[in-house]
Structure formats: structure tokens, C-alpha cells
Design a protein around this ligand. Structure first.
Ligand code: ATP
Ligand code: MG
Length: 778
């Protein structure tokens, strides 16, 4: 009864409790931000474990980021005691679970279990080689564009044979399909895969080897998915394969079906430890899956009751541009008939002002379910949502920095504050400013650290040691530090490798022993080959951190930076040290490399008190006491790309992103817009975002004069509050935020062309390095 409820259930509201306790059958929790969806998932896992319904190894739980997975694991531990959690081996992101599956069955995908995961950079380089090998002009047909196309296909679960004719024709004079095929073949020879493959390979394996799939059906008794609104088609297929079992699973004691399936391998080492004596799974006689078109290759099975619980919010679907299908959440009850659908309406996260602002804004979207959200929090002391104006991004950064320092003086922790940007190039101004102020910050969601040149070089050495077939890594460092190996030699290695179908490292070894080479490169190659042979041997015997240090020393890489006189080299040496230090947390070199390939969240210093800087996209699911949202200008947010697309959908996704941003804040929320912004190296005078006009007056306070960042904003008040309602027809029409911007354009600073130009050049140069810093969230 209620009174004897275990502690972990106390404090849940009745709907949350229902979602936790309805463990059997399909459950969908569809609810707005901050209503406790993630908390429900966590408690549900705790409940399943605590009541002995399953072992932790029988629960498949998908989170959106690695950080979220770690937090969930910790929370479960807190709820029911660490001892009961036992690792939760299948709790992670789609990608990290995908790697794990693929490592176990690599051979079924034509890979070895030590395959490398390529990052975007590697992929682009590889594709460029393929494009050139085809004799195509890689300026006309940019590798990056093709990499994106491939990624798009993989998000939809499409292999080279499945892509639509039109798509295949649109690239490289109709060679799209061939190139895609060549790319996949090349990956196989490299014993490598890209991010998309981490999902696509398992899907293919599940379809081609029903006994493997069946094995997982027996293993996973409970499946849970967070942020379900952002699953893409491939993830959805993957999930459905795992979740929809042929009817009459013996675990549920249903009536046996009539026809036994052809393949029925039993008793493999991997069968689950439930002791369930599963006999051959059956295929029901009818072929149609009710309610949805059967997915290709999915077989004839009719969905049976499965214990799956998905939680999500259609208003927070923000990955449409990367193939996410919000429809997945909306057709849940068709996919899983008899699903219990639960709505949560009480928001536990934010103040009434913040919630009011967010709810009002999202109501401007038309394509939505519509949800009510309320909060009990009603503290008259709570601040309204602050809107501030600044002259340009430098001033914006300065003002944000000052506000943060003011909070600090009121004893707020930096850990409780976050800056959420629309585009990663915005980060630079904040980072620079915080460095000047000595304010600790961390960049989350961008592989800042791992993208640095010295780190990438070091990782390339390690990758070749871990996987001798990793040609891309080998090519990166074969002549680092400079050993006099020119392009001709490298081409020669390439050609030999291709002709003999062997890795480049091996080819280099062969060439070093042949007399086809001049003495100097020959000696250099011999050294390279000998080095790697030695390190690969040491991999078995030497602790990996020690080996890593040895590699960097013996290769001459550390010395290279010691002898370098540029201003950056001390920093680079520090980074290398930090890299080695960070390896200590991993069991092996391979485990570490896998982590690096997967983790885009800067791992550095979680214990440090620091402000977080991240994109809005990577802030999903998180919450902070104080949130700063800079750059609310037309063209940046909503982003120009979304506006150019025309139609409603691009703009509506931007608005959902704004909703995600607003609802990250618990207590304090500051929004900024600037009047001038440097975009792609050009100063543009900007107008305030239409989203500002969509915030309700009652919950917003526009910053008054007396701000330390300049005398702007003091004449606010003449603007029209009403003008923006319902979305502006004319983007240059009046806005209640326009006045501030107008006044600023008379500033003296702006009329100094020399300053302007210098500033533009400097920032552009830096922006180019920073602009690319977006990665896969895995
Ligand atoms: P999002 O859509 O942003 O992912 P969410 O629905 O997953 O949000 P949670 O992150 O689970 O929401 O919860 C938001 C906050 O409310 C958390 O701090 C959580 O601990 C708290 N919370 C949730 N449910 C309760 C409850 N019943 N009592 C007290 N606090 C709660
Ligand atoms: Mg959540």
C-alpha cells in the first residue's frame, strides 16, 4: 500500500508514480520541459532493479548524451544503493550502445572487433581521396558535402543500394551511389566505421541474423528511451527491431503461435541469465503489422507486448535537421498497441516567470500537440526574465561576464550558470572574455580539447598502434615530426598498399626493405616501421599511459614542440600531458581511444567550479540555476538557414530550440541581443529576434540604464509591445526592442572604419577555426 512505498517512490506525483510502476507493456510519457520525465525513467530503472524484475544487465536504457548516462547511473545508485546497480552495461547513447553491439558482432559486418571509429575530419579526408581517385574535381564536388549526404542517408538507415535515384544522381554526375559504395568498401579495408555505421551495421546484422537478434530479445527485458522525440529513422528502426518481438514470447507465457521460425539457435553463451527456457520464437501467421507500414526487412512479426518506456516532448524536437522524426513519438501507440500514455503537467524546474515566458513563446508554433504546464512556485521575489541589449558581441561578452561576477559576489556557484549559444562561433567571444577575467569555464558538447592539432597528432600515433590498419591516422603522422618523407614517398606507400591490399604501415615496412627508395627516406621509413612494431608489441605488456608517453618521446613528437619557439608550444606540451593524464581513467589504450571517438563532451575538470558554455542543441535535458542566452537576433536566432528554407517547419524548429533554451533555467534567465554582429567576416547591423517579441510582457523585464556596459537601453519604452504579436510580417517592421538598436547605431566606435576592418579580419581568422566546432552528440 501507499504507506509501505519504498523511499524512492516518495515525492513523486501520482502520474509520475504511474509511469514508474507500470513496468509491463508499452508506456509513453509525453510531457513538457521540466516535468520530471528523466526523473521518471531513472526511478523506473531503480524500481525494476529494487523489485527484482530484472538484473541490471537486462535493462537497455538510451539517453541522449554520455553525460546524461553517467548522471542517470549515479542517481540510480543513490536511489537504491550503489551495490544494486552493478554497472548498467546497456545504459548509454544510441551510439555508445551501437559500438558495444558492433564490437561483439564485428565479423558479421565484415570488420574486426578492434575497428576504429572515424571522426568527421577523417571521413572528409577519406572521401576527398575517393573523389580524386575517381578523377573528379574535388572543388566542384566538395568532400564535405558528400560526407553530409552520406550521413543523411545513414540517419535514414539507407545503404548504397537503398538510396533514392534522385539523391544518387545529384552528386558527382550521377556517381553518388558508386562513391558511397566505394566509401563503404574503403572503410572495411581500413577496419573502420563512421558514426552512422554504429547504428546501421547493427541494424543490418539484426536483420540478416535473426538468431543474433533473438538473443537480444531474450536479454533485454526492459527498454527505456529518453528524449524520444529526437530519434532519427535509423535509431527508430534499431529500437523497433529490439523492441518488437515475434508474438508469444515464452517470457510472457502467451499462447504459442502456429509456425516455428526457420532459424532457431539456442543455448548460445549469450543467452540471458533469467533462466527462461526460451524455445524457438514463433512467427505469427498474419503478415501485416497493424497501424504502420512494415519496415523493410523487418520480417512478418506482429508486435507483441514489450516492456518499453519512452519519454519525450514534441515541443523539444530540435534535431530535424539531422534526420530526427518527431512523428516517431506521435505514432507510438500505433507501433505499440495498447500503450499506456501518460502526461505530466507540473513543472518542477522553473519559476513562474520563466515557465510563463517559455509557454507563451512555444504557443506561436502551429504544428504541436499543445500541453498545459503549471508550477506551484510563486515567489514574489523571483526575477522576471531579463532582456538586455549590447552593441556587439564583444560588449555582449563583457556584459555577460560582469553579470556572472555579480552573481558570484552573491555567492552563486559558477557550476550553476550556463551560456547557451545558437552557433558555436559565438563561443569564442565568451571564452576570450572569460580568459581575460580569469573566470573558469568549460565548453560542453564541442570536442574542443580533442580537436587541437597536438592532440589529434598524438591520437593518430596511438590509433596506429592500436590498429595497424588505420591508414588515415598513419598518413597524418608518418612525416611528423618532419623526417624528409615527401609527397612522392607517401604516394609510393599508398600505391604499394593499394596494389598489395595491405595497410600503409605494412607497405612502408616493405618499402624500407626494398631498394626502390633513396637512402634517406628509406632510413626514415625503416625507423617508422621499427617504431610501430616495437610499440605494438609493448601494447601487450606495458601500462597504456606509460606506453603513450614512450610513443610521444621516441617518435620525437614531444621534442618537436620543446624545440618549437612559437608562443603556442608550451600550451601544446601541457595539453599532451593532460591527454596522458586523462588516459589513466581507462583500462586500456583501446578503451581510451573509443572514449575519445565517442565523447564530444569535454571531459575536463568536472569537479572545477566553472561556467558552462555550450550550444542550445547540446543543452537538451540539462538544467541550471542561471542561464544566459546571447545572440537573439534575426539571422542568428532564428538562424538564417531556417529562414531561407521558407515554410513553417524551419522556423518552428528554431522556436522549439528557443523553448529548450528558456526552459533550461531554474531561477534566473538573461537574454541578450546585439545591434552589430560579425557574421562570416562581415559586420552586419542586426535586428532583434522575433522571438523576443513573442515573450509575454508580464514575465519580461528589459534592462534599464546604468548598466556598466554602456549607456544604452535607457530610452527603452517607446517601442511598440504589440507590434510583434503573431510573428512579424515585415522583418524590418517595428518591434518593441528596435529602439535600443537604433540608438546604438550612432555610436562613435562604429564610424571608425579602420577599427572595423581590423576587428573584422581578426575575428574572421579566429572564427574559421572555431566555426567548425560542432560534432555529433553521442
Ligand atoms: P526536460 O524535458 O528538460 O528533459 P524532464 O521532464 O526530463 O525535463 P527532469 O529533468 O526529470 O524533467 O526534472 C526537472 C527537475 O524537476 C529536476 O530537478 C527534478 O529533480 C525535479 N523533479 C521532478 N519531479 C519531481 C518531484 N516529483 N518532486 C520534486 N522535484 C521533482
Ligand atoms: Mg529530461
Amino acid at each position: 500500500g501507499q504507506n509501505s512505498a519504498p523511499d524512492y517512490l516518495k515525492g513523486l506525483n501520482p502520474e509520475q508514480r504511474l509511469a514508474v510502476e507500470t513496468t509491463e507493456g508499452p508506456v509513453l510519457v509525453l510531457a513538457g520541459a521540466g516535468t520530471g520525465k528523466t526523473r521518471v525513467l531513472t526511478t523506473r530503472i531503480a524500481h525494476i532493479l529494487a523489485t527484482g524484475k530484472a538484473f541490471s544487465s537486462q535493462i537497455l536504457a538510451v539517453t541522449f548524451t554520455n553525460k546524461a548516462a553517467r548522471e542517470m547511473k549515479q542517481r540510480i545508485g543513490h536511489l537504491i544503493g550503489e551495490g544494486n546497480v552493478e554497472g548498467m552495461p546497456w545504459l548509454g547513447t544510441f551510439h555508445s550502445i551501437g559500438v558495444k553491439l558492433l564490437r561483439r558482432h564485428a565479423e558479421l559486418a565484415g570488420l574486426k572487433s578492434d575497428f576504429t571509429i572515424l571522426d568527421t575530419d577523417d571521413v572528409v579526408r577519406l572521401i576527398k581521396q575517393l573523389i580524386q581517385a575517381e578523377g573528379l574535381d574535388d572543388k566542384r564536388w566538395p568532400a564535405k558535402q558528400f560526407a553530409q549526404m552520406i550521413d543523411g542517408w545513414k540517419n535514414k538507415g539507407l545503404g548504397p543500394a537503398d538510396i533514392p535515384e534522385g539523391d544518387a544522381r545529384s552528386f558527382a554526375n550521377g556517381k553518388g551511389r558508386e562513391l558511397y559504395k566505394a566509401y563503404q568498401e574503403r572503410l572495411q579495408t581500413l577496419n573502420a566505421c563512421d558514426f552512422g555505421d554504429l547504428l546501421c551495421h547493427p541494424i543490418r546484422i539484426f536483420r540478416a541474423y535473426p538468431d543474433v537478434l533473438k538473443d537480444y530479445h531474450r536479454r533485454f527485458k526492459y527498454i527505456l528511451v529518453d528524449e524520444y522525440q529526437d530519434t532519427n529513422t535509423a535509431q527508430y528502426m534499431w529500437l523497433r527491431l529490439l523492441a518488437q518481438r515475434p508474438q508469444s514470447s515464452p517470457l510472457e507465457g502467451e499462447v504459442p503461435a502456429k509456425r516455428a521460425e526457420g532459424v532457431a539457435t539456442e543455448g548460445t553463451a549469450r543467452s540471458s541469465s533469467t533462466g527462461a527456457s526460451s524455445t524457438a520464437a514463433r512467427t505469427p501467421p498474419d503478415r501485416a503489422s497493424p497501424g504502420h507500414p512494415p519496415l523493410k526487412g523487418e520480417g512478418n512479426s506482429r508486435p507483441a507486448t514489450v516492456n518499453i518506456c519512452c519519454v519525450g516532448d514534441d515541443d523539444q524536437s530540435i534535431y530535424g535537421w539531422r534526420g530526427a522524426e518527431v512523428d516517431n513519438i506521435l505514432r507510438f501507440d500505433k507501433d505499440f498497441p495498447g500503450a499506456t500514455i501518460i502526461r505530466l503537467e507540473r513543472n518542477y524546474r522553473s519559476t513562474a516567470h520563466i515557465l510563463g515566458a517559455a509557454s507563451h513563446l512555444i504557443a506561436f508554433n502551429e504544428g504541436r500537440f499543445g500541453k498545459t504546464l503549471f508550477t506551484d512556485r510563486n515567489d514574489p521575489e523571483d526575477d522576471k526574465v531579463h532582456v538586455h541589449a549590447a552593441w556587439d558581441s564583444e560588449e555582449e561578452a563583457r556584459a555577460v561576464g560582469e553579470t556572472i561576477e555579480a552573481y558570484q559576489r552573491q555567492k552563486h556557484n559558477l557550476n550553476d550558470m550556463a551560456i547557451l549559444v545558437r552557433a558555436s562561433f559565438q563561443m569564442r567571444a565568451f571564452e576570450e572574455r572569460f580568459i581575460t577575467l580569469g573566470l573558469s569555464y568549460r565548453v560542453i558538447g564541442g570536442p574542443r580539447f580533442y580537436e587541437r592539432m597536438e592532440i589529434r597528432d598524438a591520437l593518430a600515433f596511438f590509433r596506429v598502434v592500436a590498429n595497424g590498419g588505420d591508414d588515415l591516422a598513419f598518413e597524418r603522422i608518418v612525416n611528423v615530426p618532419k623526417r624528409g618523407l615527401g609527397e612522392a614517398t607517401i604516394r609510393q606507400i599508398h600505391d604499394t598498399a593499394r596494389a598489395l591490399r595491405i595497410p600503409m604501415l605494412e607497405a612502408a615496412g616493405n618499402l624500407a626493405e626494398s631498394d626502390e627508395m633513396k637512402p634517406k627516406p628509406r632510413a626514415a621509413l625503416r625507423e617508422v616501421a621499427a617504431n610501430f612494431e616495437r610499440w605494438q608489441k609493448a601494447l601487450e605488456t606495458t601500462p597504456h599511459t606509460e606506453l603513450a608517453e614512450t610513443i610521444l618521446e621516441e617518435s620525437g613528437y614531444t621534442d618537436m614542440w620543446k624545440n618549437d619557439r612559437s608562443a603556442e608550444s608550451p600550451g601544446r606540451l601541457e595539453n599532451l600531458k593532460e591527454l596522458i593524464r586523462s588516459m589513466e581513467e581507462y583500462e586500456s589504450l583501446r578503451a581510451f581511444l573509443e572514449h575519445v571517438a565517442l565523447v564530444m563532451e569535454a571531459e575536463q575538470s568536472e569537479s572545477l567550479d566553472a561556467v558552462s558554455i555550450m550550444t542550445l542543441h547540446s543543452a537538451k535535458g540539462l538544467e541550471f540555476e542561471t542561464v544566459f542566452l546571447p545572440g537573439w537576433e534575426e539571422g542568428l536566432f532564428p538562424h538564417q538557414r531556417a529562414l531561407d528554407e521558407g515554410g513553417r517547419s524551419g522556423l518552428e524548429e528554431e522556436r522549439r530550440l528557443a523553448y529548450v533554451g528558456l526552459t533550461r533555467a531554474k531561477k534566473n534567465l538573461h537574454i541578450w541581443f546585439v545591434s552589430n554582429r560579425l557574421i562570416h567576416g562581415l559586420w552586419q547591423s542586426t535586428i532583434p529576434s522575433r522571438f523576443l517579441d513573442e515573450l509575454p510582457e508580464t514575465h519580461v523585464e528589459v534592462a534599464e540604464s546604468g548598466n556598466s556596459y554602456g549607456g544604452y537601453g535607457n530610452s527603452y519604452g517607446g517601442g511598440s509591445f504589440a507590434s510583434g504579436r503573431g510573428g512579424r510580417q515585415n522583418p524590418y517592421g517595428a518591434s518593441r526592442f528596435d529602439n535600443i538598436g537604433e540608438e546604438k547605431s550612432f555610436s562613435n566606435t562604429y564610424s571608425t572604419p579602420g577599427w572595423q576592418r581590423a576587428q573584422a579580419n581578426r575575428t574572421e581568422a579566429t572564427d574559421r577555426n572555431w566555426g567548425t566546432r560542432s560534432g555529433h552528440q553521442v
